[in-house]
Design a protein around this ligand. Structure first.
Ligand code: AMP
Ligand code: MG
Length: 279
């Protein structure tokens, strides 16, 4: 299992210093597991282990984990959070969804609203979209000049270095969806009444800029995949594979962090005597 996790991580990582080459990464690929029912069973087991690791992280109260999730509309950001992150105890796990900034947020640097939502020691934070929107939609839609967004890659690498050097592990996941699969999922959102609420008129305008987004994603992944906070590109056309890959990477990451339940120095015999004397 551990071996598969390591090989999966090696397969999906954007090696620091190398181009991400999204067009050469198949969104339908299923490396190391191509059977849906086996994946479903494996996910259940992995989610159990997440709960266990989180308890250790909380008890240790020294390190924290930040999971950054990016991806086009309908790539499954919400789905993966529900299925996989559902394994975490909500008491120590916070999910933050970053939407278009408010006027107050826009009056600050892009990292201002994010820094306040980093995980405290012992906690897990999950970001549904992130600072990367400031080099994705902001670039594609020309919301600030190139001179402004192009400096941000460097800011983000250094911001993440600050977090890592402060005890936060940063796991960055890009859900890689094909244009065809997005079309299917957006159609399903229109057809199924329970899904329609997710659909926004503007979604099709973003979709129309697909190629620009692929370029923006490719540059973002290439320029910000670092030794301290690498990107992983998750094939996302198959939901079961996406969830299995994310759960596997999460367990692998927590195992590498090795959080340990501390052993407090207690005079157990004396404390037990005190409790037994009570009546
Ligand atoms: P959703 O995640 O589908 O609820 O949509 C959230 C929307 O907010 C997406 O269209 C994002 O691109 C947009 N958004 C998030 N962060 C920013 C940002 N920094 N600047 C502009 N738009 C953003
Ligand atoms: Mg949306």
């Amino acid at each position: 299992m551990k071996d598969v996790a390591r090989r999966l991580a090696d397969r999906l990582v954007v090696a620091p210093g190398e181009r991400a080459r999204l067009s050469r990464r198949d969104p339908r690929a299923t490396p190391f597991l191509d059977d849906k029912s086996r994946a479903e069973a494996a996910i259940d087991a992995l989610v159990q282990r997440l709960d266990d690791w989180q308890l250790r992280l909380h008890a240790e109260a020294r390190q924290s984990l930040l999971v950054v999730i990016q991806g086009m509309d309908a790539s499954g950001k919400d789905g993966v959070i529900r299925r996989v992150m559902g394994g975490f105890d909500p008491a120590g796990c916070h999910v933050h969804s970053f939407k278009a900034p408010t006027a107050l947020e826009l009056a600050h640097d892009p990292l201002w609203r994010l820094h306040a939502r980093t995980p405290a020691a012992g906690e897990v934070a999950i970001w549904n979209r992130s600072h990367y929107e400031d080099v994705l939609i902001v670039r594609v839609r020309d919301l600030v000049p190139r001179a402004v967004w192009s400096r941000r890659y460097r800011h983000f690498v250094e911001f993440e270095r600050l977090l890592v050097e402060s005890g936060t592990r940063v796991l960055k996941l890009c859900l890689h969806l094909s244009r065809e699969e997005q079309r299917e999922r957006l159609l399903a959102r229109l057809e199924e009444p329970d899904k329609r609420w997710k659909f926004r008129e503007g979604d099709l305008d973003e979709r129309a800029r697909w190629d620009d987004y692929q370029t923006a994603y490719e540059d973002a992944l290439t320029r910000t995949s670092s030794e301290h906070a690498p990107w992983y590109v998750i094939p996302a056309d198959r939901k079961w594979y996406r969830d299995w890959a994310v759960a596997t990477l999460l367990v692998h990451t927590l195992a590498e962090m090795r959080p340990r339940i501390p052993e407090p120095v207690l005079d157990l015999a004396r404390l037990e005597r005190r409790l037994r004397r009570e009546r």
